[in-house]
Design a binder for this molecule. Structure first.
Ligand code: UDP
Length: 353
């Protein structure tokens, strides 16, 4: 039995959607480790909640998401920084834990690593973002080999220390997602509404094919959304807000396919495996995490990156995909047990070293 302290992302409270897929990953890893009898405390910004798991919340100003910064941006902490306060709390309670796990993609937790007595594992949830964070990560992984975990190989490959990252993938509680064999004539797009996700490409594609597109997710950049609506006034799109898992899986299951059109190298794309679990095939650019998840021609289609025509062609062939095969892939590769096995092995290795 391990005693582990989780430090969540500091760009948003758990449950808000502001933190993106890592919020679901924190929930899922925590849930599975608790089920296995480990002892866990989860520290997160004020307002955070998880399903059936208590959270220690800390007040303070949120961190600016690193993906909105320029590569050469200086390191930045707001006054009354929640990130700084979370790590101050961790410092005070560290002697009660075998391991601290950092889920924040920020410079500070890496920088603080040598100042702690307790081992710190870093789960890195995005690809390379800024020079400052790359530099500190590079330094820390040299000093503490084996302490970095990532979602996928494509994500690891964005860093100079790719070979030092442990690939952990992702997983979901499959019992919360139902296979829906009888979809309606609509498509889904899921995620934070922000430029790196390139929602405009999905909108451009349905503007050609005419199949309605339902959009779900956190409205992170209102100006970006307004521009899309302005640029495609006739597109058959509907924004349905940010839904909880239960409602999301219901709505997602009704859709013929999930469109994944990120411009950046998506570290994983938790929405991909949520779609598979509902029996929903994925049409994604052949880049980043989705390219490692989708079995081209079997559980979706991989399209030339940034090709709207490619997306449109794949939409027109979506009937070829068997929805049961999608659900089966999720069951075979993305269960909580599989996820828990990988994280548990990583944590055991770090504690026993
Ligand atoms: N999501 C949600 N409700 C919605 C739309 C999305 O809870 O209405 C969640 C989804 O379950 C996923 C996250 O938002 O966990 C998006 O994560 P993903 O890994 O796809 O991308 P990221 O935001 O990390 O770049």
């Amino acid at each position: 039995m391990l005693k582990i302290l989780f430090l969540s992302t500091s760009v948003g409270s758990l449950g808000s959607g502001q933190g993106g897929g890592v919020e679901l990953t924190v929930q899922n890893v925590a849930q599975e480790l608790l089920r296995r009898g480990h002892q866990l405390e989860i520290v997160a910004p004020e307002g955070s909640w998880l399903t059936d798991i208590p959270v220690t919340t800390i007040a303070g100003k949120l961190q600016v998401p690193v993906q909105t910064l320029r590569r050469d941006q200086s390191i930045c902490l707001p006054d009354n920084s929640v990130l700084a306060k979370m790590w101050d709390y961790a410092r005070q309670v560290q002697q009660h834990y075998d391991l601290i796990v950092n889920f924040a993609f920020d410079w500070l937790p890496f920088y603080l690593t040598p100042f702690f007595e307790t081992t710190i594992a870093h789960f890195i949830s995005m690809g390379s973002m800024t020079d400052a964070s790359d530099r500190i990560m590079h330094q820390i992984i040299q000093q503490y080999p084996g302490t970095f975990g990532v979602y996928t190989q494509s994500q690891a490959d964005t860093f100079s220390f790719a070979q030092d990252c442990k690939i952990l993938g992702s997983g979901i509680d499959l019992s919360l997602y139902q296979l829906n064999p009888y979809p309606e004539a609509s498509l889904a797009w899921l995620g934070r509404i922000a430029p790196e996700k390139a929602l405009e490409d999905a909108v451009a594609a349905v503007n050609i094919t005419g199949m309605p597109l339902k959009i779900f997710g956190k409205m992170q950049d209102q100006n970006y959304w307004s521009k899309i609506c302005h640029d495609y006034p006739e597109a058959p799109i509907e924004y349905l807000g940010f839904l909880d898992t239960e409602k999301l899986q219901q709505e997602l299951g009704k859709c013929r396919a999930l469109l994944m059109t990120p411009r950046w190298i998506e570290a994983f794309g938790n929405v991909a495996i949520e779609a598979l679990a509902c029996g929903v095939p994925i049409i994604a650019y052949r880049r980043g995490g989705p390219a490692e998840i989708v079995r081209d021609g079997e559980t979706g289609f991989l399209v030339e990156p940034d090709s709207i025509a490619g997306l449109a062609a794949a939409i027109n062939q979506i009937e070829q995909i068997n929805r049961l095969t999608c659900r089966q892939q999720a069951e075979a590769e993305y269960s909580l047990v599989a996820l828990g096995d990988r994280f548990e092995a990583w944590f055991n290795q770090l504690v026993n070293n």
